[in-house]
Design a protein around this ligand. Structure first.
Ligand code: PA5
Ligand code: NI
Length: 195
């Protein structure tokens, strides 16, 4: 962690920052229950616990004046017809926003509020996405072979609430139909009145 101004670089195509504090890796086994096709999930996991995504965090004190930033890299692939994606989360401090800047690849950010309002934004190089306070967010890589690489920044005290999404799911899924991404309703989503 730094107390003085600092710079770093993000060299493409790899997207790994020249300095970072944490390197988080998430593989298929950490996503149990999150993919719609449970059979496809189990079959794929039996073959290999494949690496789905990686996060490089540049950390800061967990206070509201600080900005935690870093790089998220979602690898290409699918479980059944559902593209590789992040777990997705609300911020533990719900009233905190996040900015994403897409550096490489293609995909979507799937978002929703605790009340069930949903929004899906396209990500491609050069796109900036503002995720307002209260919106859960999950990045999905719809590219055939390339990583989806985004830079993110959010308040240092925001934290993560993964449990809500693990229980209720996202309202929308991004799936492949005829090799093209389409956004569909999640049949297993739990609406607010049933939680
Ligand atoms: O801050 C964010 O929202 C991102 O850095 C995500 O944490 C990252 O994309 C990984 O997703 P998740 O935290 O949902 O596993
Ligand atoms: Ni976040």
């Amino acid at each position: 962690m730094h107390h003085l101004p600092f710079t770093f670089e993000i060299a493409l195509p790899a997207g790994v920052p020249t300095e970072y504090d944490n390197h988080i890796t998430r593989s298929l086994s950490s996503m149990r229950g999150q993919y719609a096709d449970q059979q496809a999930y189990d079959a794929q996991l039996a073959q290999e616990d494949v690496l789905l995504y990686e996060v490089y965090e540049i950390c800061c004190p967990e206070s509201s004046g600080e900005l935690l930033n870093g790089i998220s890299i979602v690898h290409p692939g699918a479980v059944g017809d559902e593209y590789f994606m992040t777990k997705g989360h609300f911020h533990a401090v719900l009233e905190t926003a996040e900015v994403y800047y897409c550096l490489a690849g293609e995909g979507y950010m799937v978002m929703e509020t605790p009340e069930g309002e949903s929004s899906v934004a396209e990500l491609r190089p050069g796109k900036v996405l503002y995720v307002p306070p209260r919106w859960a967010h999950r990045s999905v890589n719809t590219g055939a072979a390339a990583d989806l690489i985004t830079f993110f920044v959010y308040p240092g005290h925001a934290g993560h609430d993964y449990g809500s999404i693990e229980k209720q799911g996202f309202r929308k899924l991004v799936v492949a139909r005829d090799n093209r991404p389409v956004i569909v309703d999640n049949p297993r989503w739990t609406p607010p009145e049933e939680r």
